[in-house]
Design a protein around this ligand. Sequence first.
Ligand code: GLA
Length: 639
Amino acid sequence: MSARVRRRVGKCGALVTLMALATAAGAQPIADPLAATGRWSVYAHGNAPLPPMGWNSWNAFTSDIDEDKLMASARVIVESGLAAKGYRYIDIDDGWWLKRRASDGRMLIRTSTFPSAATADGNTSFRSLTDRLHAMGLKAGIYSDIGRNSCGQVFTSTFPNQPEGSVAEREVGLYGHVDQDIALYFAEWGFDLIKVDACGIRGLPASDPRVRAGQYRALDPLIDVDSLGRTKVAAVRALYEEVGQALVRHNVDNDYVFSLCLWGSADSRAWSKAVGNMSRTSEDISPTWNRMLHNLDSVAHRPLYAHPGSWNDPDMLFVGTGEFDMAHPVEARSHMALWAMVNAPLMIGFDLRKASPDLLAILGNPQVIALNQDPAGNQAVLAYDSDDVQIFVKTLASGDKAVAVLNRTATATEAMLTADHLKYLADRPITLTEIWQGSVLTFTRERKFTLKPHETMLFLAKGERRLANGQFLSEQPARVNPAVDGVLVPEADPQVHRTSLPWRGTRGGGERPQYGGWGGARLDTTPYGQALSVAGRHFDTGLGILANSRVEVRNDGFRRFVTQVGVDDSARGRQSPVTFAVYGDGKLLARSKPMRAGDAAQRLDVSVTGTKLIELIARAPAWERFPDPVTWGEAALLR
Ligand code: GLA
């Protein structure tokens, strides 16, 4: 660190915490993380302007995958019309590999299950398979691990098709082979997507009995899923960034998808939006209602952490299986509707050879797919939140809204949908078109619904917007990126449904909050889920974030940015003044006076005409370990 930077940090009075901030998100230490950059920092490489859609082998077959099964599902995708509706990626998950060749480290394919991969020279190649998929108008995905070893080896070694050979030959992950493997998978074999798991940097400490027995090489775990403090966040991020750089090098056409699979660990919420195209937010889904809720909850409160180019991934669809099979159509439709609303990548996890017309109709519902693939890319925002009923609202590119009313419980329940939930005028007619059946109803003010157990009612909503000449930021999360969200000490999100894991049952003391994601940036609530309020004035919309934060807002033609700023009444410290500043393309446009808890909200009304990137910076003089929540009340862009 230079003397100049040291002096500047010294003035802030907290060198140590500034360093912590810089490394909390896994980045290199930087001078002033709150300096306006004029730059949108969401991942700009690869090809994922909309949530990727396709099919993946894991939920259907685990590692018992082969060429026939894969190609059969690919054929159904095309013949059933699902491909034309957007399902394009055909992804091979765990189980394709045979070994890493000792002589030159080249990865070899298991030709007993993928016969077309056999080549005369013994090199093996997936080129014939990817050529056939491409000729069908599809794209091809492959799977690897960021460590030396695979998830199958570490966690499900009784599953079929485990890598074979010596310790070194069984090291099939990317670790130490990033450039070689990415060149092989993309430049030589022609894949279009890679899912990179993280079991190899999680499960093989020197103390592991298999390591002690000489079966695997030890890799000091970088991830401890039970402890953010023990996880080496910066090191994990650096490994994934290395893969990203290789992907750019070996995909001259930029046509790839980089899918991160580290299950919400390593504080990935903070950084994966700058590193890859989609990022898992939780451990694996299973085909049960409660587990689906768990995975849904891992994304539900973080719409500001997903954008075109980089999506939250609550894991693949289990529509068609278990509690989402065709004997449970209500649950199957709920799962599908919710994944569509939160902009989850839609990856079918079903053996499509066995798909019934009913199942294909759910997976292929064009209106539901259209919600997921809406070009605005806004993940639905929670307009009403409880453990029983949730109301998700998603603003579409057309300006209309989609609304999902979810009954999480196993009993029928009533829910009231109000004009306020939709940010529509209460005294003007609101028209709801039910998406699965097409029925239409109109109401003013509020409308009561009775929901079946586990039902999600899904509507397209038209009404008169409360803000006629613009949009609240909470209506457009896709254009709002909390580049620095103020979180210095990542904490596990306690708002994720804690269902007992099928593979663990009730052994142990209970399920613990696990995924970094408590605090940070939220819409229409404070970072900890409370109502937005400044000096007793309540705001039903706005951006809730922590002090010492910097938010990027993409602008395309709005002329004014208006808001009411202040320290939120939920602040605990209540001593540090916070200054709110608005920048346009790196230049200061407006700044509030220093504001303390209890000061009335100050209105900022800023011309942003011609500005491409607006930055909202809330700065406190010191880097507190637990910064106070601040509120950008009624934050809106106006035409
Ligand atoms: C992990 C991933 C799954 C799947 C398996 C394969 O558990 O989270 O999605 O890829 O590994 O072993």
